[in-house]
Design a protein around this ligand. Structure first.
Ligand SMILES: Cc1cc2nc3c(=O)[nH]c(=O)nc-3n(C[C@H](O)[C@H](O)[C@H](O)COP(=O)(O)O)c2cc1C
Length: 189
């Protein structure tokens, strides 16, 4: 059975670059028969700032938006977070979306696709990994890093990957497939 991979667009601002980058990554996943991608756009999901009265681990959700988000997170075997760097940090939209649920993230691997200026979002990725481990998410060392991203946008603002982006996406998917198979057994235990 194919690995269900949620490709999550983490930036929500109008005109975001995250969308074309995520579309490129999704197209790479679609070419790989080991995976079944699901495109998840945090702008469309539109979660308010965390507003549940109870700790997410209790899974006693009051709001329809949390129940819907819980289903989306739960449906995946693994994740690819397509994330910007804001102020050397992950975007508030990503931190908020992670905060909403807990068990739904547990024992799943995540690939991080980041972009930015000279750092390619690396500082945000390093900070994000700390938080992800609290959710028992395994963030892979195999990343896709896109420094100086404007160089890779065409006139229509489509993302045009170079060879390194393509090979790192492939390396990430290879590792995601291995981890997804191993962690499935932990979720069944
Ligand atoms: C609030 C804000 C903070 C930013 N901080 C950083 C930063 O720390 N490092 C960086 O490389 N780029 C930074 N940038 C520039 C972003 O890399 C660039 O705007 C990128 O397009 C953001 O991703 P998005 O278009 O998907 O929202 C920042 C942009 C915004 C809007």
């Amino acid at each position: 059975m194919a690995i269900k991979l949620n490709v999550i667009v983490c930036s929500t601002r109008p005109g975001r670059i995250g969308l074309p980058v995520a579309r490129w990554f999704e197209s790479a996943v679609k070419k790989d028969s080991r995976f079944e991608p699901r495109f998840v756009d945090l702008a469309e999901i539109n979660l308010p700032i965390y507003d549940e009265p109870r700790h997410p681990a209790m899974q006693q959700y009051e709001h329809a938006h949390t129940k819907a988000w819980s289903e989306i997170v739960k449906s995946a075997d693994a994740y690819a977070f397509v994330m910007p760097e804001y102020n050397y940090f992950p975007s508030a939209s990503l931190i908020n979306a992670l905060t909403y649920v807990f068990k739904e993230w547990n024992y799943k691997a995540a690939g991080l696709v980041s972009y930015g200026g000279v750092s390619g979002g690396m500082r945000a990725v390093q900070a994000e990994k700390l938080m992800m481990t609290n959710f028992k998410i395994m963030p892979l060392p195999e990343q896709v890093l896109i420094p100086n991203f404007p160089q890779h946008l065409d006139a229509e603002k489509r993302f045009t990957p170079n060879e390194l982006h393509d090979t790192s996406a492939k390396a990430m998917l290879d590792e995601l497939a291995r981890w997804a198979a191993a962690l499935k057994t932990m979720r069944q235990a």
